[in-house]
Design a protein around this ligand. Structure first.
Ligand code: NAD
Length: 488
């Protein structure tokens, strides 16, 4: 059932309006949110306008002094209460997210939504530990403080909507800032549920605002606003360029988490079954993962055996309804994304690539898991982010060549190395250009670690203290040992 204020998705009521200053606000127009699973209409979502975006920034500005002055312990308590709310509504969040973006329900239940709660708990706890030893300069005391910066605009993509939103919302709120969250138009629903949960947890009105709508229509009103003190964006490189240009007017500090074309390097000395498992894992979320190691770089001497075992493993993957526990790969998010993926693959095939598996669409929004060989390093399929279940395989003869191929794109988000030789692991990782390197593992993420990308994969790092460094105005106060009346 849908109307222009609420909708019901898998039995869960979701408000489809904005959340501004502690109130639901409708737009004159709506856009239709459709499920990638079966094309069902999920809701009519408020189609935000620049005026509504400005209203959300105004609400964040008005709420800022109160939240910034709220003692750390109280801010941490509210964040833990939000985490409690996420845990209480975990099943609802999981099913709504699956219906909205098509990612696996079992992943949402067991991995993603628990991590959403953890985002709030982690940054609440980190806030209470945040501090700095004072230090002395010829009797003068230096004291470093992390002051709240002000209203933050947080813009997020559709591939892991609530996980990526809360990875920004939680540290921004912990730091004492207020927030305007703009979720992606292809997966707008769980951001609205988060607004409900935060309000129930006692977050004051205006501290978290959610504006729905098309980035192209309201993005600029948010990112060029002079009252916005931070912009954190996760999404594509072209959008990041537009945001950076828009933010330049006020020199608003930016954190950019962008795309990738990450390599998986498989050396002949690797545990080959482990390497194959790591490679097959790259089809998770139908390949719509920024960190995905979509370029398999395999040492020549084991390439045939690796490929044989890979095909064997990949052919056992179950593709289907993401609500089904047995499913490994669900649909891609949107017909436009399917077109984009297939366009990359068909152009690669026309240019001489060979599809070892896949290389074609299936019914609905499903794309066959694909492995392409005979691809040149400078070809589009090796250089451009596909964001679908499409891997390429290239071979190398030497460690030198492996590193050269691995570093040979304009991205630098992540890299994975499979090797049985510790010395090689150390040598190779030291030379890889990547924000995160995994050795004989993949996707092990710790919120204490710096996360971000090099080159066009991003700007800045978030995680642990790095998040607070970004979301705060760091201040050093130098106090002289003289001049106070109580010191005579
Ligand atoms: P996108 O850039 O199209 O959109 C991301 C967000 O930006 C959406 O909310 C969209 O509405 C908004 N937007 C669009 N135009 C805007 C504008 N002019 N001003 C302000 N906001 C605007 O990206 P997408 O297709 O939603 O997501 C896929 C991309 O995200 C991929 O490139 C992927 O690699 C990247 N990603 C990166 C990470 C990471 O952590 N590095 C994580 C997930 C996804």
């Amino acid at each position: 059932m849908t109307d222009t204020r609420t909708t019901t998705v898998a039995g869960v009521a979701v408000d489809t309006r904005h959340w501004i200053g502690g109130e639901r606000v409708a737009s004159a127009e709506t856009f239709t949110d459709v499920s990638p699973i079966d094309g069902a209409v999920l809701g009519e979502i408020a189609r935000g306008t620049p005026a509504e975006a400005a209203a959300a920034v105004a609400a964040a500005k008005a709420a800022f002094p109160g939240w910034a002055a709220t003692p750390r312990a109280e801010r941490a308590r509210v964040l833990h209460a939000i985490a409690d709310g996420v845990e209480k509504r975990l099943e609802e969040l999981a099913i709504v997210e699956t219906c909205d973006n098509g990612a696996l329900l079992r992943s949402h239940r067991r991995g993603v939504m628990p991590r959403v709660a953890h985002n709030f708990r982690f940054f609440a706890d980190w806030l209470l530990k945040l501090g700095h030893e004072d230090f002395d300069t010829r009797g003068h005391t230096n004291h470093v403080s992390w002051d709240p910066a002000g209203p933050c605009v947080l813009i997020t993509p559709w591939n892991a909507p609530l996980m990526l939103a809360t990875w920004k919302v939680a540290p921004a709120l912990a730091a004492g800032n207020t927030v305007v969250l703009k979720p992606a138009e292809w997966s707008p629903l769980t951001a609205s549920l988060l607004a409900d949960i935060a309000a129930e947890a006692g977050l004051p009105a205006g501290v978290l605002n959610v504006v729905q709508g098309y980035g192209a229509e309201i993005g600029d009103a948010l990112t060029s606003h002079p009252d916005v003190r931070r912009i954190s964006f996760t999404g594509s490189v072209p959008t990041a360029r537009r945001i950076a240009a828009s933010a330049a007017a006020n020199l608003t500090p930016l954190s950019l988490e962008l795309g990738g074309k990450s390599p998986l390097l498989v050396f002949a000395d690797a545990d080959l079954d482990l390497a194959v498992d790591l490679a097959v894992e790259q089809y998770d979320n139908a390949g719509q993962v920024c960190l995905a190691a979509t370029r398999l770089l395999v040492e020549e001497s084991v390439a045939d055996e690796f490929t044989r075992r890979f095909v064997d493993r990949a052919s056992r993957l179950v593709q289907g309804d993401p609500r089904d526990e047995a499913t490994d790969i669900g649909p891609v998010i949107h017909p436009r994304q399917l077109e984009r993926i297939d366009g990359f693959v068909q152009r690669a095939l026309a240019a001489g690539a060979r599809a070892v598996i896949g290389g074609r669409r299936k019914e609905g929004l499903y794309y066959a898991p694909t492995l392409l060989t005979d691809v040149a390093q400078d070809s589009e399929i090796v250089q451009e982010e596909v964001f679908g279940p499409v891997l390429t395989l290239q071979t190398f003869a030497t460690e030198e060549e492996a590193v050269r191929l691995a570093n040979g794109t304009r991205y630098g988000l992540a890299a994975t190395v499979a090797t049985g030789d510790r010395d090689r692991a150390a040598r190779v990782t030291a030379r890889l250009v990547a924000g995160t390197v995994w050795v004989n593992c993949f996707f092990v993420r710790d919120l204490r670690a710096p996360f971000g990308g090099s080159r066009e994969s991003g700007m800045g790092r978030e995680g642990g203290t790095w998040s607070f460094d970004f979301y705060c105005d760091l201040k050093n106060t130098v106090t002289a040992p003289k001049g106070f009346k109580d010191h005579g």
